[in-house]
Ligand binder design. Structure first.
Ligand code: NAP
Length: 255
């Protein structure tokens, strides 16, 4: 019997959950638990880490899962690495649903960096007004440049003091619009945008807004992941599930 573990946290994961539920595929939706009120799913849900590779292997075995779909955020690299290792150990086939990375186009002023440290290095030492559109987990490194102002956009209000001296947090959940992001950036006098190359439509507005305003974007590249089967469409995931893990619907992609 087919039983799918869906590792979620993205718009695409939520769409896939709807399709699986509509087709009556038995599946469990897993959230990391990064937001206080995650979107309710039409599948049974679980929240929180599994306890590393060993915990995920045990969870897969106990739950008698036959397929794992990794539809996590492209920057949730630890979860994706753990899924590759755990599925290999448990003998459960794995597929990743991955949206294409954003690409710079005409009118864009992007500088690509490999990681958060690279993004800090790419900013001016002082005087910049930076829209730090990277969530809440990797803010501390920017404290190395206290002469800049930082605008944060977070899903939940910060629990304690922000780790940045001159910063403001706007609380909002996407999807966002270009008009809204232009207005936000104008109102705060933003000069630079720092973004993770997540891809997808929901968070793309800030890039269109930066283009419209002629602002520099410091774009953090996706982390490298081990080789795994990757597809870009929900339909390809469904085909793969239906054909019980044959390679027909996907491609093998390495680092
Ligand atoms: P991560 O670093 O890959 O994961 C850290 C640990 O969280 C994993 O080892 C796992 O714990 C647990 N985890 C992650 N995703 C899970 C899931 N779907 N179900 C169950 N457990 C899960 O990922 P992250 O800490 O969540 O995020 C890393 C970056 O991704 C952030 O900087 C953020 O920008 C971006 N991001 C993530 C999400 C998301 O939904 N996770 C959404 C938007 C952006 P165990 O090892 O204990 O199993």
């Amino acid at each position: 019997m087919t039983r799918v573990l869906l590792l979620g946290g993205t718009t695409e994961a939520s769409r896939l959950a709807e399709v699986l539920a509509a087709r009556g595929v038995e599946a469990v939706f897993s959230y990391a638990g990064r937001t206080e009120a995650p979107k309710a799913q039409p599948l049974p849900q679980r929240v929180g880490g599994f306890g590393g590779v060993a915990g995920l292997v045990a969870y897969l075995r106990e739950g008698r899962f036959t397929h794992v779909v990794d539809a996590t955020h492209p920057f949730a690299a630890q979860m994706s690495r753990n899924a590759v290792a755990a599925c290999a150990e448990a003998g459960v086939p794995l597929i990743a649903l991955e949206r294409p990375a954003w690409q710079a186009g005409p009118g864009d002023d992007w500088v690509a960096v490999a990681d958060v440290a690279g993004a800090v290095a790419a900013l001016p030492d002082r005087g910049a007004r930076v829209f730090l559109a990277i969530g809440k987990q990797t803010l501390e490194p920017f404290a190395a440049k206290p002469g800049n102002f930082y605008l944060l956009r977070l899903v939940d209000p910060p629990e304690g003091a922000l780790p940045l001296a001159d910063a403001e947090a706007v609380i909002a959940r996407g999807p966002f619009t270009e008009e809204g992001d232009v207005a936000l950036m104008r109102a705060r006098g933003i000069t630079h945008v720092v973004a993770k190359n997540a891809g997808g439509a929901g968070a793309e507005a800030k890039l269109a807004a930066a283009r419209a305003l002629g602002l520099r974007v410091v774009m953090i590249d996706r982390p490298a992941l081990p080789a795994r089967r990757v597809v870009g469409e929900i339909g390809a995931v469904l085909d793969w599930i239906v054909h019980s893990g044959t390679v027909s619907a996907g491609t093998e992609r390495g680092v």
